[in-house]
Design a protein around this ligand. Structure first.
Ligand SMILES: Cc1cc2nc3c(=O)[nH]c(=O)nc-3n(C[C@H](O)[C@H](O)[C@H](O)COP(=O)(O)O)c2cc1C
Length: 210
């Protein structure tokens, strides 16, 4: 049983999203000891740029045309990343809010793996998912707080949750659970620590039914 643990914070041991995801993963491994955890940190993975060669490879890959050496190298790397998604029985993604959305390196990973006929099909009319992943957990951390009765209502300010909750089912994740951890940094250090501790406690509880 494989758990793909995607980290999208570059802050390593100082990261709130990684700390909460680690609490979840540790608890989940204790419950199901046969789990193999595959950790993919988008900042440390040396992801290829999504440049001319990558786009060339994408279209040649779809049309099954011959690639030059650079395109082939990018395409091989893309296939390796896709294989990690395909192998995953469960996915956990830790995501810090950046400018009311998510870090661009996470989008780079998505742009690399979201290839037609690898993660999804499209027949000109409808999209078909190619992953068969029963569940994913999104852990969304935010420095501030978002509520409709605050000056930062999610209906206007949250561009983090919607895209990721849309994208995972599009490629075949059957159920997405979301854990939001707010006020990790914008209301002082103590408040931040408490929020992260509460997030970890909730994450451990979620591990029992995942
Ligand atoms: C570049 C950058 C942009 C940020 N933008 C927001 C934001 O728009 N809204 C918010 O609530 N917090 C924002 N924050 C704060 C982070 O979301 C918050 O500290 C989060 O817990 C960081 O997670 P991490 O420790 O896993 O990296 C931002 C932080 C950084 C570094």
């Amino acid at each position: 049983m494989y758990l793909l643990n995607i980290q999208s914070s570059p802050r390593r041991s100082r990261s709130a999203s990684i700390a909460v995801a680690d609490a979840f993963v540790d608890a989940y491994c204790q419950i199901s000891p046969d789990i193999i955890v595959d950790t993919l940190n988008v900042w440390e993975e040396n992801l290829p740029e999504f440049d001319q060669e990558a786009i060339g490879a994408k279209y040649k890959g779809i049309n099954q045309e011959a690639m030059n050496e650079v395109e082939q190298n990018v395409w091989d790397r893309i296939q390796e990343l896709v294989a990690r998604f395909k192998r995953a029985d469960r996915i956990v993604i830790g995501v810090p809010m950046w400018n009311f959305a998510y870090p661009y390196k996470l989008k780079q990973l998505i742009d690399l793996v979201a290839q037609r006929n690898l993660l999804f099909t499209y027949d000109g009319r409808e999209y078909g998912p190619l992953l068969k992943t029963p569940r994913a957990l999104l852990i969304l951390t935010r420095g501030g707080a978002f509520a409709e009765d605050l000056p930062t209502p999610p209906s206007r300010f949250d561009h983090q949750r919607g895209y990721l909750e849309f994208w995972l089912p599009l490629v075949g994740v059957q159920e997405v659970k979301t854990l939001v951890v707010e006020t990790t940094s914008w209301r002082g250090e103590e408040k931040g620590k408490n929020s992260v501790e509460q997030g970890k406690a909730t994450a451990r509880k979620l591990a029992a039914h995942f």
